[in-house]
Design a protein around this ligand. Sequence first.
Ligand SMILES: Nc1ncnc2c1ncn2[C@@H]1O[C@H](COP(=O)(O)OP(=O)(O)O)[C@@H](O)[C@H]1O
Ligand SMILES: [Mg+2]
Length: 257
Amino acid sequence: MLEVEDVRVSYGTTRAVQGMGLSVGAGEAVCLIGPNGAGKTSLLAAISGMESAGGSFRFDGEDVSRLSSFQRARRGIVLVPEGRRVFADLTVHENILVGATSVRKRPMRFRPDDAYDIFPALTRLRNRRGGLLSGGEQQMVALARGLLGSPRLLMVDEPSLGLAPAVCKQVYGALEHIAGEVALLIVEQNTNDALRLCERGYVAAGGRIVLSGTSAELADREALVETFLGTRDLGNRAEAIPTTEGLEGSREQEESR
Ligand SMILES: Nc1ncnc2c1ncn2[C@@H]1O[C@H](COP(=O)(O)OP(=O)(O)O)[C@@H](O)[C@H]1O
Ligand SMILES: [Mg+2]
């Protein structure tokens, strides 16, 4: 469904993404994990067309690299951004409806009622202003708004950031529900919930994909993954760690460098 290769994003002299590639199949849930500054958000911005980028972007076999973010949204590539960006002055219901802006003549795959079914906690908050919501409630609104955009691929940037474990569980419960219907690309710094939800994952560090494999493989290599997620400078270490054999895709990455 989504295939991106050799993606490059720069901000002035900062090379945030230096040749990342990944794929998400129809109906698949895939995670991208990695430390702060790895280039995850920049990669999502490139895929959604919000940041100009080099590389190849295919969605359902179509080259979407020259399409605007709006045109990509209409193809069904929908991003739930980092930090949620819930409008403080709009009510929960109004915030959710904003998500339908890009849908226009396409068939609506999710209606507001579906969003309230998936996030029952939002039902009683329907008329509350966005600015009065907790972080977890805002995350649910952001996800519900994403669903109203009729996604075929929903990309979610750090859904658990700043949430208490119990709230995080609630959000991931909803994502599990969504996963049955829509392809997911989940970006996380916290690995556990993401690996439990997703079949497959990639690890990013220093603007590159440094590991990939099934969630079981990545969980088995917890120590290794933690090295990549650690606080030390990963820019050079990523290439120095030689224990990526056996992980599907990692050799490809090696060769494409
Ligand atoms: N708008 C921007 N302008 C300049 N530098 C940026 C911008 N956004 C991100 N960066 C830099 O690009 C790198 C990757 O950032 P980002 O994609 O946000 O990583 P992640 O989401 O993995 O934390 C970081 O070094 C960050 O400081
Ligand atoms: Mg980020």
